[in-house]
Design a protein around this ligand. Sequence first.
Ligand code: HEC
Length: 442
Amino acid sequence: MKQFKTFRFFYAALFSVIVIYSCSKGGGGGTTPNPCSGVTITVSGTTSNPTTLAASDGSITVSASGGSGFTYSINGGAFQSSGSFTNLAAGTYSIVGKSSAGCTGSASFILTAPNPCAGVTITVSGTVTNPTAPGATNGSIAASASGSSGFTFSINGGAFQASGNFSNLGAGAYNIIAKDLNGCLGSANFTLAAPNPCAGITITVTATLTNPTAPGATNGSIAAAASGSTGFTFSINGGIFQASGIFNNLGAGTYTIVAKDLNGCSGTANFTLTVPNPCAGVTITVTTTFVGNTPCGATNTGSITASASGGTGVYTYNLNGGAFQASNIFPNLPAGNYTVIAKDGNGCTGTTIETIPNLPAGPLFSLVRGVLQANCVTCHNSVLAEGGMNWTVDCNIVTFKDRIEARAVNANPSAMPPTGLLPASERQKITNWINAGGRYTD
Ligand code: HEC
């Protein structure tokens, strides 16, 4: 609650003297010198203010100097011998002093009334009646004031009226000012609230769903309806409200539909459009062929070739969980077990496991291995590896076949075994294998 105090009638009670020098003397012709020339009449005095705003018990007592035989006039009234003026109300007074020679001087005095609002606290209270519906203007405020008397009331800065009752009000904030007889003010703010239009209203959203016909298709739709109020508009997934509850061109997914009535009350429901599982009843069969790995080579030579059936569209393939690729061939594989997955155009998959073996030793290699086991491994094994060579490891034979040929066939720079070259038929086995390619599988 706010209190206003009006200082409208308040003036500092100054002892105030304004002196106006004014000398005059009615002249009897140009030949007579002015007796007031060079004369200064000064009027001074004391004031006593009225005791209330309405009282006329103030007074001013003046005296003049600069001459003799003074009479005094207040506010142009008749001159009197006394410089004392009583029964004065608040206001500004001009007093003229006139000497017996007719010379005059004057001064202004101000009498002030006490501030009628000092110590006065006006309190405004009231009873509000809210409007009965949103937008209605049948609310009212019955205001009253205390702390003084003779109140009039104003709402929102309007004209003051005797009654504190204000009607035909809509929802909102209002400021009411009460003013007493002396113009002292007090005020208070009141708020009229509209009732919640949605209290007790439950809006239910239902819908008829049409699912998209295939994965990725956007020909689904939701036909929503609402109940529980009237004048509905509809929004999907936070979009703009529209009059129709029908939403077309929808793909699979979950959608939030909000229905809003005329008063902004709303209801919400989620609906999910689904597509049939394209893989239901689909069995994708993956078949594979393999090429075994040739051991001891610089690169692995194993490979898997896959094919798939039973699905739709173009297949892609992956090996051991790697990325799907368009090619159905996986080359350069070492021996081992592999999982192959084929995926069709709908994402349906089939799986198989394939094993790549190492290819067996070839007949020419086997003969050479027999020659070395019979003639060389006593000096070339895992313990005694003369010249750094261990011929009990098959791949060493393949890797160092040129050295074997040099030493055991060509005796370059010297024969192996050191005791002398092997018989020609044994050496021919080495030559035959190398000529055939010198691979493990030859
Ligand atoms: C009695 C032991 C002995 C036998 C048996 C033997 N070697 Fe050696 N080999 C050596 C010794 C010692 C060296 C190291 C000295 C040298 O290189 O002459 C060697 C080194 C080699 C080297 C490596 C040097 C190079 O030139 O690359 C090769 C290859 C080799 N032998 C092949 C063979 C073959 C093949 C046989 C069997 C046909 C064989 N050796 C049988 C003792 C033997």
